[in-house]
Design a binder for this molecule. Structure first.
Ligand SMILES: [Cu+2]
Length: 358
């Protein structure tokens, strides 16, 4: 018995040293591109140093016992009865408790450190939706510079405020060693300081639907002056873009409270979606042109109730609330926006007006 114990102990120690060494030599992660990376990689190494020997010890004892104490052919004796061993039981409860608690405290300290507020932090709003990321840089005055790729200045702290338009996603930049879930209904945050110029992947790390694997974009970390000229150009374009009067009417009169329209940033579902309306309106009422259909839906909503929606869902007094010019502007805008948001080319497929214009 004593000989077996010595043998298995020596074997477990030797294997632990070898396999832990191998696990530390393996290059698990991509290059480090943020100030968070060092601490996270060290944490990972400590986890390896603590957990690999335990795994190796358990597996060594299992394999050793299976081989050394296996029943030989013809041997059908039972083993000796085993009684409890209080000292052993206390040890196998106390040691894991101490280990797991210590690791949890250490991990908490690392996370707390990462989340410390830093001076001069830049704010980026991240919007997740099946199956793409969108990035918004809030500007003074309430507008935001929008981008489909993430651009960041090197060496400047950045905080990401992350929202999702649909399901749970996870915002992950492996080179930064940051990852944060997006949760419907709340804003989650993470932050870091990019420390190395280059292009890296922004990945969704939470299975979020059929297109999950395609939910990948790029982050471009650039020198501060190059970033300043990028955001400056975007800011100018934002200021130069003529405001869309129809969108103004749409938001002013609360249309966004009930309808989805990508062009206006509306995503409500109480009323029918206006995205892609150009493709379906003539199946609902083949007598009207798109413009006439939209106009009638606004001034006399009960006449054209979309199946599946309530007849009294849409207020019937818009014809008196909006001026004639506002209605014209809104109709013109919705006819354009509802076809452009369903994808390229759909505007060309809109059939010519078939019904009587008003
Ligand atoms: Cu996703």
């Amino acid at each position: 018995m004593r000989r077996s114990l010595i043998q298995v102990t020596v074997l477990a120690v030797v294997l632990s040293v070898i396999i832990t060494a191998i696990s530390l030599v393996i290059d698990w992660f991509p290059e480090q591109a943020s100030t968070s990376a060092d601490d996270v990689d060290l944490l990972y190494d400590v986890l390896l140093i603590v957990s690999v020997p335990i795994f190796v010890l358990v597996m060594t004892v299992v394999v050793y016992s299976v081989v050394r104490f296996r029943a030989r052919p013809g041997d059908d004796r039972d083993g000796d009865p085993i009684h409890g061993n209080a000292r052993l039981e206390i040890a196998w409860i106390a040691i894991p408790t101490v280990l797991v608690t210590a690791l949890a405290v250490y991990a908490w300290v690392v996370l707390d450190d990462q989340e410390d507020p830093r001076p001069d932090t830049m704010l980026v709003n991240v919007r997740a939706g099946q199956f793409a990321w969108r990035f918004e840089y809030p500007q003074p005055g309430g507008q935001s510079v929008r981008s489909n790729e993430l651009y960041l200045p090197k060496d400047r702290p950045v905080q990401f405020r992350i929202k999702t338009d649909d399901v749970v996603h996870s915002f992950w930049i492996p080179e930064f060693r940051i990852k944060q879930d997006t949760v419907p209904g709340i804003v989650t945050r993470t932050q870091t300081v990019p420390s190395r110029a280059g292009d890296y992947d922004v990945v969704c790390a939470e299975l979020c639907g059929l297109g999950h694997s395609t939910m990948r974009q790029q982050v471009h970390v650039m020198e501060g002056d190059r970033f300043a000229s990028w955001i400056g150009a975007r800011r100018q374009a934002l200021a130069a873009a003529a405001p869309e009067p129809g969108r103004q009417v749409f938001t002013t009169y609360g249309c966004a409270g009930c309808h989805t329209l990508e062009d206006a940033g509306a995503a409500a579902a109480t009323g029918p979606s206006l995205d892609g309306l150009a493709e379906v309106y003539d199946k609902r009422n083949p007598r009207l042109s798109l413009e006439a259909y939209v106009r009638q839906s606004i001034v006399d909503p009960k006449a054209l109730v979309v199946p599946g929606f309530r007849a009294d869902g849409m207020p019937a007094n818009y014809s008196s609330q909006l001026s004639r010019a506002e209605i014209d502007t809104l109709v013109d805008y919705l006819a354009r926006a509802s076809s452009s948001s369903s994808g390229p080319g759909t505007a060309a497929t809109v059939p010519p007006p078939a019904g009587p214009p008003r």
